[in-house]
Design a protein around this ligand. Structure first.
Ligand code: GDP
Ligand code: IMO
Ligand code: MG
Length: 489
């Protein structure tokens, strides 16, 4: 027997059709076939930022949640800040998936996340105080590694001590040191450990070691205060009690869910350019923030993901250190910052702004296995006479379109621009692709062409409603690419 083209069928019901050797059709439960038949995947959608974060992933996830049953956050921690605007209300989320704003949706924080309990509790309280139900909807993995005060202290110290100069400009939330201890294992504590009898002795052991390490950073001007194991244990034990109803084995939950045909939406944090392995290292975050991190972070194999949406801003921003090749440290950059309100959600730092970089985003679209593009904040470009897109870099006099693997080469990259005509109109009230000014459509077409993927969603304002869905059977701005191999040299 072979499985039929069953994606639509079992995606909805948990059952699908099989054909026997005579071509007769039978309906079977998915569970009858575990391990024995290659089954078409249930729709699992990923939303992945393709730049340096803040691409408006939160807005998109909130919208797409309507068509999904479970929203999954799989990497990063309280370094993320996602703003969702709906009906004049502004919601700022960090670790809790943006899906929490919809009823009847399960939200899952998986083991790939690093979790600061006080921060999550603050988010839960903030949501519940505004009438959003969190109890019964939120599940947090007992495998998630916990951010402790020593991680925050180390983050502040190490951020200023990068070998080679420029500070990473972290969010100061202890993310890097927590992931480092996870990989190092000996000094790591996972959420599930907080409920075990030896939690107190673990904290005492680690605090003893961390205090000796932190003492080495003492200078004449002072340094970090020594940590108090009893105080930390008491605070985290209280946090653990508060979080107890939410803590569970999310890997088992998600595997059961996909096998039963639930529709999952994976919410990316950060952007692919900040990926620890494939981004602009060392000016990155400490997790696989590209599409490559979805499976390892969530525990859901890639075979259950069949739609990857790459999210880009219509221009570039970056907050923190490291190269941003198309940066406009001038009046143009300031205009983008003002029109786009480009100030960090978490730290309120002004974001660095520049033109759209098709070399960088083409690389991250390929890296993340992107099928289609969402171009956000297009309204911000209204009123420019001309708009630049970076289509290549010149590095030491050589023109390249392959994204450099070493940050020193990227630092020397001079963008090669293609200039497109701008449009004077405000786009914030446009709801149809066809109603966009011709030059705005041309700009979207060009992004789709350069990245080799169709633009299927366009955002023209922060509100849920300010979104254009492009019917690819009708007015698609560009055809689905025949090939995903590089179109440029
Ligand atoms: P995320 O981290 O990727 O979720 O993005 P952030 O929420 O940190 O940053 C995106 C910002 O842009 C937020 O303040 C959103 O409210 C806002 N935003 C989202 N879409 C649009 C849009 O189409 N136009 C404008 N002007 N702002 C938008
Ligand atoms: P969202 O999910 C933008 C940046 C920091 C810094 C670098 C490392 O809102 O898109 P970290 O604290 O992670 O060790 O900092 O990564 N960074 C982000 N920039 N958006 C984010 O998340 C970010 N998360 C981390 O500014 O440069
Ligand atoms: Mg953000």
């Amino acid at each position: 027997m072979v499985a039929s083209r069953g994606a639509e069928i079992h995606g909805l019901t948990g059952f699908f059709a099989v054909l026997d050797s005579e071509g007769r059709s039978h309906v079977r439960s998915l569970r009858d076939f575990t391990g024995s038949v290659r089954i078409s995947p249930v729709p699992g959608t990923c939303v992945i930022g393709l730049q340096w974060g803040d691409e408006a992933k939160g807005k998109l996830v909130d919208i797409l949640t309507e068509n999904h049953e479970i929203v999954v956050r799989y990497a990063g921690g309280s370094n993320a800040g996602h703003t969702v605007v709906s009906g004049g209300q502004i919601w700022k989320l960090s670790l809790i998936p943006s899906g929490i704003l919809r009823d009847g949706v399960a939200c899952v924080v998986t083991g790939g996340v690093v979790l600061d309990p006080a921060s999550v509790i603050g988010e839960i309280d903030g949501l519940e105080s505004r009438g959003v139900t969190v109890a019964g909807k939120l599940r947090i993995s007992d495998r998630a590694h916990v951010v402790f005060p020593w991680h925050v202290a180390e983050d502040r110290l190490l951020n200023a001590s990068v070998a080679g100069g420029e500070a990473i400009g972290t969010t100061g939330r202890g993310i890097g040191p927590c992931y480092r201890d996870k990989v190092g294992r000996a000094l790591a504590i996972r959420l599930g450990d907080l409920y075990r009898a030896d939690f107190r002795s673990k904290v005492e052991h680690i605090v003893g070691i961390k205090n000796r390490m932190l003492a080495a950073w003492q200078t004449a001007d002072g340094g970090p205060e020594p940590l108090d194991a009893a105080d930390i244990h008491a605070r985290y034990a209280a946090h653990a009690e508060r979080l107890r109803p939410f803590v569970t084995d999310t890997t088992a939950f998600l595997l059961d869910a996909v096998e039963a045909g639930s529709k999952l939406l994976f919410e990316g944090a950060q952007g692919a350019m900040l990926d620890i392995d494939h981004g602009t290292f060392p000016y990155v975050t400490s997790s696989n923030s590209s599409g490559l991190g979805v499976s390892s972070g969530s525990g859901v194999p890639g075979r259950w993901v069949n739609r990857v949406i790459g999210v880009v801003k219509a221009y570039s921003t970056r907050v923190g250190g490291g190269p941003l090749p198309t940066e406009q440290d001038n009046a143009t950059g300031q205009r983008l910052r003002d029109r786009g309100n480009e100030y960090g959600t978490v730290t309120r730092r002004p974001r660095r702004c520049g033109w759209f970089d098709a070399v960088a985003t083409r690389y991250t679209a390929r890296l993340s296995g992107v099928d289609e593009l969402a171009v956000m904040l297009l309204d911000v470009l209204g009123g420019f006479d001309a708009i630049n897109i970076c289509t290549a870099y010149e590095i030491d006099g050589r023109r390249v379109t392959q994204f450099p693997s070493h940050v020193d080469d990227l630092k020397r990259a001079v963008p090669v621009y293609e200039t497109l005509p701008g449009w004077p109109d405000e786009l914030t009230t446009v709801r149809d692709y066809a109603a966009l000014p011709a030059n705005a459509r041309r700009y979207l077409d060009r992004i789709g062409e350069l990245l080799g993927r169709p633009v299927s969603i366009v955002s023209v304002g922060p509100d849920r409603d300010q979104t254009i869905f492009i019917d690819r059977t009708g007015s698609a701005p560009c055809a689905k690419p025949k090939s995903r191999t590089p179109a440029t040299t």
